[in-house]
Unconditional design. Structure first.
Length: 125
């Protein structure tokens, strides 16, 4: 009787870890979906510098939800304004100041102080 109990105990001890490992490593569609969703919710920060009367880069590829930061590294004041009315418009950025915007769609923009020479585009991927 004691031998039977010992054999059953050993089998249970061996079987439990095997079942545990298989239950943890089996593919789970919900888990995969959550991982995909988490990757999609990770947004990056892009930088546009303002220097020598230009936006650099002039054209920037962005993803919806990304944050774009404009940094004025020039010697004079600048602005960032979308050509689309009421989309976005920064305050005047003095040298050393920055302004940010979270992207929702593509946009072309310009500096209202230097509208002929300072233009840029944000292209939604």
């Amino acid at each position: 009787m004691k031998i039977l109990v010992a054999v059953l105990g050993i089998r249970v001890c061996l079987l439990f870890p095997i079942l545990f490992l298989f239950s943890c490593s089996s593919p789970n569609k919900k888990s995969t979906a959550n991982q995909t969703e988490m990757k999609e919710n990770i947004h990056k920060v892009d930088t546009v510098t303002i220097n020598l009367m230009k936006f650099n880069p002039e054209v920037l590829d962005v993803t919806k939800g990304d944050t774009v930061i404009w940094i004025n590294k020039g010697l004079v004041a600048h602005t960032v304004k979308s050509y689309q009315p009421d989309k976005f418009y920064s305050d005047t950025l003095q040298p050393g100041q920055m302004w940010k915007w979270v992207m929702t769609d593509s946009a072309a923009y310009y500096c209202t102080i230097h509208p002929v020479t300072m233009i840029g585009k944000l292209l939604l991927k």
